[in-house]
Design a protein around this ligand. Structure first.
Ligand SMILES: NC(=O)C1=CN([C@@H]2O[C@H](COP(=O)(O)OP(=O)(O)OC[C@H]3O[C@@H](n4cnc5c(N)ncnc54)[C@H](OP(=O)(O)O)[C@@H]3O)[C@@H](O)[C@H]2O)C=CC1
Ligand SMILES: Nc1nc(=O)c2c([nH]1)NC[C@@H]1CN(c3ccc(C(=O)N[C@@H](CCC(=O)O)C(=O)O)cc3)C=[N+]21
Length: 282
C-alpha cells in the first residue's frame, strides 16, 4: 500500500482564500484592518523564520501584523508587561508569543498575560479549558490545524485508537483532547513511555509531536493507519516517512502537512477575534 497524502498546503490555501474574503468584508464593514501582534524573544534563526512566515501569511490575506522583537536577556516581568500592553491595546486583535522563550523566562506566566479574547494561538489556560470542555474557545493552533486537516479528508475518528506521542501544553496534550472529543480512544506517549513501538503498532491514528527526526520507524506503523507528523526539528518530521508511507493509508508530508495548517488556523482565529472584538465594542 502507498499512503495517500494529507495535503496541508492545499487545504490551508482553501482556508486562507476564505479568510481573505472575510477580511475584505471586515474592512468594508468596520473601516480598519485586523491586527496580529507577534512577539519573539531572542534571536533563534528558526523562530525568526516561523514568525516571518506568519507575518507574510497575514499580509497575504489582507491583515496587518505588528512584530515585537525582544532581547534574549529580558526578564519574565518585562515580557509579561509587554504582552499585557498588547492585551490592553484596542488596535490589536490577536497575540502570538513564539515558543520556546529563553529558559530563564517563565513561559506559562508570559502566555497567561495574553488576554483570552486575543489568544488566537490558543496557548492560555482559558483556551485550553474551553477547548477541553468543548465550549468553542480558540484552539491551540497546531492541534486545531491537525483536526481541520483530518476533517478535510473525512478521516473517521469515532472508536479509532489514536496514539499521540508528546504531551506539551500547546501541542500533544490539546490534540489528544480534541481527538477524545471526537470519540477516539486516546493514548498519550511521552519520554517516560516504555515500549513506544508497541503502542504505535496498536494505533489507527498516530500523531507525532516530539521534535526528534525519525523517532517513529515506518515498520512500527499498523497497516492502514493514518499518520500525522507535527514534528519539525531541523526541518524534519518525527516519522520515518518513506517506510511509513508504505504501510499507512494516509500520511502528512513534512513540509507541506501540519505546518501550513498551523498558520492557517492562527490566521483564521485572528479574523474571528477581530469580529468578536468589534461585537464587544458595539
Ligand atoms: N508544525 C507545526 O506547526 C509545529 C510544530 N512543532 C514541532 O513539534 C515538535 C514538538 O513540539 P512541542 O510540543 O512544542 O515540544 P516539547 O519539547 O515541548 O515537547 C516534546 C514532547 O515529546 C516528548 N518526548 C521527548 N522525547 C521523547 C521520546 N524519546 N519518546 C517519546 N516522547 C518523547 C516529551 O515528553 P516529556 O513530556 O516526558 O518531556 C514532550 O512531551 C517540535 O519538533 C516542534 O518544532 C511545534 C509546534 C507547531
Ligand atoms: N506559540 C507558538 N505557536 C506555534 O504554532 C509555534 C511556536 N510557538 N513555535 C514554533 C512552532 C513551529 N511552528 C511552525 C509553523 C509552521 C510551519 C510551516 O508552515 N512549515 C512549512 C515549511 C516552510 C519552510 O520551511 O519553507 C511546511 O511545513 O510546509 C513550521 C513550523 C509553529 N510553532
Amino acid at each position: 500500500m502507498t499512503a495517500k497524502i494529507l495535503d496541508g498546503r492545499a487545504i490551508s490555501a482553501t482556508i486562507l482564500d476564505r479568510v481573505t474574503k472575510e477580511v475584505d468584508e471586515f474592512v468594508r464593514e468596520h473601516g480598519r484592518v485586523p491586527v496580529l501582534a507577534t512577539v519573539l524573544v531572542g534571536d533563534d534563526p528558526a523562530s525568526h523564520t516561523y514568525v516571518r512566515m506568519k507575518a507574510n501569511r497575514c499580509a497575504k490575506v489582507g491583515m496587518q501584523s505588528r512584530r515585537i522583537e525582544l532581547d534574549a536577556t529580558i526578564s519574565t516581568e518585562t515580557l509579561v508587561a509587554q504582552i499585557r500592553q498588547l492585551s490592553a491595546d484596542p488596535e490589536v486583535d490577536g497575540i502570538l508569543l513564539q515558543h520556546p522563550v529563553p529558559e530563564h523566562i517563565d513561559e506559562r506566566a508570559a502566555f497567561e498575560a495574553i488576554a483570552p479574547s486575543k489568544d488566537v494561538d490558543g496557548v492560555t489556560r482559558t483556551s485550553f479549558a474551553t477547548m477541553a470542555f468543548d465550549e468553542g474557545g480558540f484552539h491551540s493552533a497546531t492541534p486545531g490545524g491537525i483536526m481541520a486537516l483530518l476533517d478535510a479528508y473525512d478521516i473517521p475518528l469515532a472508536g479509532k485508537h489514536a496514539v499521540v506521542v508528546g504531551r506539551s501544553p500547546i501541542l500533544g496534550k490539546p490534540v489528544g483532547m480534541l481527538l477524545l472529543a471526537r470519540d477516539a480512544t486516546v493514548t498519550y506517549c511521552h519520554s517516560r513511555t516504555v515500549a513506544l513501538a508497541d503502542h504505535i503498532a496498536q494505533a489507527d491514528v498516530v500523531v507525532a509531536a516530539v521534535g526528534r527526526p525519525e523517532l517513529i520507524r515506518g515498520d512500527w506503523i499498523k497497516p492502514g493507519a493514518v499518520v500525522v507528523d507535527a514534528g519539525y526539528a531541523d526541518n524534519s518530521g518525527d516519522v520515518e516517512y518513506d517506510a511509513a508511507a508504505e504501510r499507512a493509508s494516509w500520511i502528512t508530508p513534512v513540509p507541506g502537512g501540519v505546518g501550513p495548517m498551523t498558520i492557517a488556523t492562527l490566521i483564521a482565529q485572528t479574523i474571528r477575534a477581530a469580529y468578536e472584538h468589534e461585537r464587544e465594542k458595539a
